[in-house]
Structures are given as structure tokens and as C-alpha cells.
Design a protein around this ligand. Structure first.
Ligand SMILES: Cc1ncc(COP(=O)(O)O)c(C=O)c1O
Length: 470
């Protein structure tokens, strides 16, 4: 692989020089032209490994958005650590697959070690708890809700017996929960309409008292509450629902508590921020995402459950993968923890990263992003043409440009597109109370305050340019 790696690294470098910023200028048409300019991806006679790699790594890099550029700050799209990228290459090279022991002996052992480390971090009993490395929080939320549904609707597990003759299941989450929660409910036959939106307080956190009343009403109506989904780190504002009080309500009603800590879970590494997640250990299941505040290449999701037997609805005996006698003899697969069959050893890169940096090293990266967000928020708050939506909790800053005339929503939307089209900056866009807001998602721990100031200066300059003439 050495000569090929050298070609790939040259292509990456050449593309980055050509791009000369967080993304290429010229918008979608320019990128399509760049990629199609290489030629047919399926020629009759191949061009050879070196040439194909050189051409395509070059255009892929030149046409990419680079999350390591400080002006790339739109999404929970982390710059991956080099050590993790290289570990990922090793996982690809051996192509381990965790659905059977004979495809991934070390992969299974490494995943179990990583899950134990995360279980300890969350506050679960490390040997009683279990989990699975997933493709991300969308899969973790889906799997967590599947387990919750089947736990609530016992003795018949809908995963095995179908949903016939079940009372109407219900799921509760706040309006700020990730859309994958409602979509999972749809996929699981619970129905998106069966997801009840719990009101939030003035800090955008779920109101536990309202949750309590809504669950009681559902029970009185003859419905079956199957899960409360709390969010620890909402996508836009990084808000963390009051976990201890939600846990109390869920426990009182005997309802499964799933915490979507896809974004906020990384705060567990930080001594300063970890207390925000108090109560997490009371959840029945938790979604973490190490491709967010964890600096892993996609995919690096984690689902944890408080106790191994909760995976029962997913367990299957498959003659070609995990016979009982093999499992009894210690050749244990991880098939029964996932909706997937073939599954990459994504735990390897996480293991390498965690061991390389330690929890203190990871915490320092989290703190650095949090510091940058506080700095950006102060800059926004002190700028006459910018308005801060609210103080950051984790590492996102929601704000908007205040045009001297014209429609603020239209100006903010177009200034963001103009920064994209010019290849200057990638900043986020969201909406609150019907108004367009901009967002910086600061996940680059090595960005400097001066670089963040420059991004804000670019926003203001683009806003001035997009403000309609009088
Ligand atoms: C709170 C939250 N939950 C779930 C997800 C989905 O995660 P993934 O994209 O890893 O599937 C996101 C993505 O940003 C998120 O912010």
C-alpha cells in the first residue's frame, strides 16, 4: 500500500492547495465540472490504480469542504484526528466484520473494550452494561427506540411477532429533539404521529412537569408510553434537557428513558462540562457520536444500554454466523446487538484515539471548542451589526446579521450562500420562531480566536454586500 498511500497524500495536498480555503469557489456547477472532468468512472479498460487514485483524490480534495479549515463551521462535522484516520485505514485493510467471530476476532474484543470505556464514562456498570458501535446517532436512536418498544410491549416482541393487537405505543420528546427520533418511530411502526412533543422552558429544555402530565394523559387514554427521549446537546443550541428530573418522571411511570447525547456526550470528557450531563447514568439507553465532539472520521456512533439482556429483541441464531455451540465455546459474535449484519470495526479508530489522548487529552479538545464558542458569542454580542440568539452551552453559536434595511431573513439566507459560492466560509443556517438564524458549530480545537474573528468579519462583509441598496 505504501506507493498508493504516497499518491493519495499527494492528491490530497494538491487538491487542498488548489481549493485554497474551506471549500471551492463557484458552487455546485463548478464542483460537478471538476469531478466529471476526470472522465468516465467506469471505462471499459481501467486507467490503473496509480492514475485513478491520483486523479480522483486530487479532485475529491479540491472539491471538498475541509472541516479542518477554521472557516468551516456549519455542522457537527468534525475535523478528524490524523491518528484516527490512519487507524480507520487499518480497519479497512483487514475488513473485519463484527457479525461473526471468524471475521473479526480482534475487532470484537476491541469493540467490547471501547464500549466498556464508554459505559464507565456514562456511569453505567461497566460489565453489566452493553452496547454497539453504530453508523451514527440516527442508527443509535432507531435501535434504542426498538429496544424500548419491545421492552414496553412484552411479552410479544414486535421485532419478532409484529405489532398486531398492541395498544397504541407513544414516544415523548421535546420539540428540539433530532428529527431522527420521529423518523425512527415511523420506521418502527409506532408512527411519527405517536411522537408527542413536550413543551420546553425559556432555555429550550424539556419541561419535566409537562412530560409528567402528558404521560399521565396518554395512560388515561389507554395508550402505552414506550419511551421518553431526552436530548443532551440539541443540534442547534447544544441545550441539555434536565436529565435527573426526566429520569425521575420516566421511572415513576415505568417508561424507558433514551438519551440522545450525540452532540453533548463528548462533554463527558471535560471536567468543566461533564456535570451538565448528570443523570445520564439513569437512562436505559444512550446515543453518543464520536464523529462529533470526538474527532473521528465518519462513522463513529455508539449505542449503550444499561444492561446486556435488553438486546434480546435483536438476538438471532443464524446457521452460517453464530451457532449456539460455537457461542457456548466462547466464539461469540456481536450479531445480536445491531440491525446491521456486515459491520465495520469502527471501534478500532476510537480505541486508538482514546488511548493516544486519554480522557484528559479529549477533555482539553472539548474545552478548547467551548472556549472558542464563548469567544465568538462575546464578539457577536459586542458587534453592532450582529445579534446573539443566546449564550452557547457547548460549542455552537446561533446569531444573525442585522441589515440596516431589507428583510433580515432573506439577507441572512443569501449572505450564507454568498460565502459558500465565494469559497470563503461554511457557516450554518437554522430557524427559530420563524426567523432565519446563522450558526457557528465550532469543532476545530486548533482554530484560533483570530481565525474565528475573521469568519465573523466575513459574515458582516457578506451581509453588507447582500443588504439591498436604498
Ligand atoms: C442531537 C442529534 N441527534 C442525532 C443526530 C444524528 O446523528 P448522525 O448524523 O450521526 O446519524 C444529530 C446530528 O447532528 C444530532 O445533532
Amino acid at each position: 500500500m505504501r506507493p498508493l498511500l504516497s499518491t493519495a497524500l499527494d492528491g490530497l495536498g494538491k487538491g487542498a492547495v488548489e481549493r485554497s480555503g474551506p471549500l471551492p469557489a463557484g458552487g455546485p456547477a463548478a464542483v460537478t465540472e471538476l469531478v466529471t472532468g476526470v472522465g468516465d468512472v467506469l471505462p471499459v479498460d481501467g486507467v490503473g490504480a496509480q492514475q485513478a487514485l491520483a486523479e480522483l483524490t486530487h479532485v475529491f480534495s479540491a472539491g471538498a469542504v475541509d472541516p479542518a479549515d477554521p472557516s468551516c463551521a456549519a455542522h457537527l462535522h468534525a475535523p478528524p484526528l490524523a491518528v484516527s484516520v490512519v487507524a480507520d485505514l487499518v480497519a479497512s485493510t483487514l475488513n473485519s466484520s463484527l457479525d461473526s467471530w471468524d471475521q473479526a476476532p480482534s475487532g470484537i474484543a476491541v469493540e467490547n473494550e471501547v464500549l466498556q470505556a464508554f459505559a464507565r464514562l456514562v456511569g453505567y456498570h461497566p460489565t453489566r452494561a452493553s452496547g454497539c458501535v453504530t453508523s451514527g446517532a440516527t442508527e443509535s436512536n432507531l435501535t434504542g427506540l426498538l429496544l424500548a418498544r419491545d421492552h414496553a410491549l412484552r411479552p410479544a416482541s414486535p421485532a419478532k411477532a409484529g405489532m398486531r393487537n398492541q395498544t397504541a405505543p407513544r414516544v415523548f420528546c421535546s420539540a428540539e429533539a433530532h428529527f431522527s427520533v420521529a423518523r425512527s418511530a415511523g420506521v418502527l411502526g409506532i408512527g411519527e404521529d405517536a411522537v408527542t412533543t413536550v413543551p420546553v422552558d425559556d432555555q429550550h429544555r424539556m419541561d419535566p412537569q409537562a412530560l409528567d402530565s402528558l404521560i399521565a394523559e396518554a395512560v388515561a387514554a389507554g395508550d402505552k408510553p414506550v419511551a421518553v427521549v431526552a436530548t443532551a446537546g440539541t443540534t442547534d443550541l447544544g441545550v441539555i434537557d434536565p436529565l435527573p428530573r426526566i429520569a425521575e418522571v420516566a421511572a415513576r411511570h415505568g417508561v424507558w428513558m433514551h438519551v440522545d447525547a450525540a452532540y453533548g456526550g463528548g462533554a463527558l470528557f471535560s471536567e468543566r462540562l461533564a456535570p451538565l450531563l448528570n443523570g445520564l447514568a439513569q437512562a436505559d439507553s444512550v446515543a453518543l457520536d464520536m464523529h462529533k465532539l470526538g474527532w473521528q472520521p465518519v462513522a463513529a456512533g455508539v449505542l449503550l444500554v444499561r444492561s446486556e439482556e435488553l438486546f434480546e429483541p435483536l438476538e438471532r441464531r443464524v446457521a452460517y454466523l453464530n451457532t449456539e455451540d460455537d457461542e457456548d465455546a466462547g466464539y461469540r459474535s456481536l450479531l445480536g446487538r445491531s440491525l446491521r449484519t456486515t459491520r465495520r470495526a469502527d471501534a478500532l479508530k476510537m480505541a486508538v484515539t482514546l488511548r493516544a489522548l486519554g480522557s484528559r487529552g479529549m477533555g482539553a479538545l472539548v474545552d478548547s471548542c467551548h472556549d472558542l464558542a464563548r469567544h465568538a458569542a462575546n464578539r457577536v454580542a459586542g458587534h453592532p451589526n450582529l445579534e446573539l440568539h443566546r449564550d452557547p452551552v457547548l460549542s455552537t453559536v446561533v446569531f444573525r446579521y442585522l441589515p440596516v434595511r431589507g428583510d433580515a431573513n432573506a439577507v441572512n439566507a443569501s449572505l450564507r450562500r454568498s460565502l459558500l459560492g465565494d469559497g470563503r466560509a461554511v457557516i450554518g443556517r437554522t430557524e427559530f420562531d420563524g426567523g432565519v438564524q446563522l450558526k457557528l458549530t465550532l469543532l476545530n480545537p486548533h482554530a484560533t480566536e483570530a481565525e474565528i474573528d475573521a469568519v465573523l468579519d466575513d459574515v458582516v462583509a457578506a451581509g453588507d454586500k447582500e443588504t439591498p441598496a436604498s
